[in-house]
Design a protein around this ligand. Sequence first.
Ligand SMILES: *[C@@H]1O[C@H](CO)[C@@H](O)[C@H](O)[C@H]1NC(C)=O
Ligand SMILES: *[C@@H]1O[C@H](CO)[C@@H](O)[C@H](O)[C@H]1NC(C)=O
Length: 265
Amino acid sequence: MPSTPLPKLLSFLLLLSLIASWASAKSILRSLPDDPSIFLSTGRSSSSDDQYCDSWRLSVETNNAGRWSTVPEKCIAFVQAYMEGEKYRSDSDVVAHDSINFAKDLTLAGDGMDIWVFDVDETLLSNAPYYAANGWGSNVFNETSFNDWVAQAKAPALPASIKMYNELLGLGFHMVLLTGRMELQRNVTEQNLLFAGYNSWSRLILRDASDIGKTAVVYKSEKRAELEAEGYRIHGSSGDQWSDLLGLPMAARSFKLPNPMYYIS
Ligand SMILES: *[C@@H]1O[C@H](CO)[C@@H](O)[C@H](O)[C@H]1NC(C)=O
Ligand SMILES: *[C@@H]1O[C@H](CO)[C@@H](O)[C@H](O)[C@H]1NC(C)=O
């Protein structure tokens, strides 16, 4: 039986309304931002960016962010302001303060086996001058230009770290420096540490040929295991990367310094 004109019109209208609702659903989906920060504020003013970037920084520092490669475009100015301003200094001071509070309550055997392990870059030494000239972490890491900077041996000390380092020495800890830098960079690294004002470390461990290709977590864990096998007691460990601190064996206490510029796994 052929359909009558009225049902034809109804089904045509129904089809139209289906198309309309499908199109509006599509446009809602299309308008969903990839970037969740848009939900934090109605505008995209610099203050909403600041709020987002501060949350992003917390996520990076807590390792909630996991692996990441470059500072988000809209957080470059935020990272620069953080690194150049008082906040970075203040955050680092509090880490140093907490570390010393822990350290001074310990009883050391005095046999030279009580150690504190320090990372080097962004822990003892600051590469902020390099990152200032290279986008504050918004550029993909360039090993060539970074190594050129390392070879100049003029990275300054982090003020909070050198103070803490000297206080730990005063408390009787022995210092072991464990860095992802290469054995080939031993000389420039020693020169730079001395230039920055560090003295009296017991050992500086760098990656040798057999460590190439290992993640920092694996390489640094292996080195801590070797230190423990030699009888050292690793009371504390300081680093700006979780990969400086995680992995077994771990120090009795690990202290994470801030670094919103790059991530190393
Ligand atoms: C890395 O740095 C070197 C030395 O500054 C430069 O010649 C090269 O073009 C850079 N590479 C990239 C991919 O930017
Ligand atoms: C290391 O630096 C010293 C000077 O500080 C120099 O005499 C020596 O040749 C350097 N060694 C290497 C392997 O570059």
